[in-house]
Write a protein that binds this ligand. Structure first.
Ligand code: CDP
Length: 211
């Protein structure tokens, strides 16, 4: 079974995807980490994430980089959102993601274009969203808990900017697939959001079983 979970920054998609993977005993891939690795690699090479050649060179990141603490930084996130707009970067990462999705037994993947581009035939697709102010609050709390000192207003501005870039880009923009279930977590705690995600996936599996 393949489960696709897409949505904007701090919508709760990662937590939901991990919970679904645990529940069904499936491997999970946070595809944002791949774009973050490219972004971080470009920054460390002294390159410009907006430059197509610099961004493509960043795709040579080592597997060890996927465990790098710095991947979680806002700088890596912002660089990721810039490198991810280049079609050749997306193309360089596509096979790895499709191979993960296609492994025997299936997988859970979360990102921006899983239900639309990477796994359009996924058995269940969720599009997770929440109001920008709520997402900024969650991300700010997350950063503060990690001891990173940044203002709420700065985090909100970054989130709005990233939303704009991710939805406006020409290639594989952030979008809800036609056959994805929408899950708005604005007024939900994480447990309620995970419960709702599980019941949406279960309903999809039941419907598929009847076809
Ligand atoms: O959770 P958060 O949005 O902070 O970060 P992420 O999911 O790690 O994604 C970082 C950036 O990578 C996003 O802003 C997207 O521009 C890009 N990305 C993408 O283009 N396609 C994906 N499948 C996953 C991430």
């Amino acid at each position: 079974m393949i489960i696709a979970v897409d949505g904007p920054a701090a919508s709760g998609k990662g937590t939901i995807a991990r919970a679904l993977a645990r529940h069904y005993g499936l491997p999970h891939l946070d595809t944002g980490l791949l774009y973050r690795a490219v972004g971080l690699c470009v920054l460390r090479n002294g390159g410009d994430p907006a430059d197509p050649a610099d961004a493509l060179a960043g795709c040579d990141f080592s597997d060890a980089m996927l465990g790098d603490e710095q991947l979680r930084s806002e700088a890596a996130g912002a660089a990721a959102s810039r490198v991810s707009a280049h079609p050749r970067v997306r193309a360089a990462l596509i096979e790895r993601q499709r191979a993960f999705a296609g492994q025997p037994g299936g997988a859970v993947l979360d990102g921006r274009d899983i239900g639309t581009v990477i796994a359009p035939h996924a058995d269940a697709k969720l599009f997770v969203k929440a109001a920008p102010a709520v997402r900024a609050r969650r991300r700010h709390d997350e950063l503060s808990a990690r001891g990173l000192d940044t203002s709420y207003d700065r985090v909100l501005a970054d989130i709005r900017e990233r939303d704009r870039r991710d939805t406006m880009r020409d290639h594989a923009p952030l979008a809800q697939a036609d056959d994805a279930d929408l899950l708005d977590t604005t007024f939900m705690g994480i447990d309620a959001a995970v419960d709702r995600a599980l019941s949406l996936v279960e309903a999809r599996i039941r419907t598929a079983g009847r076809d």
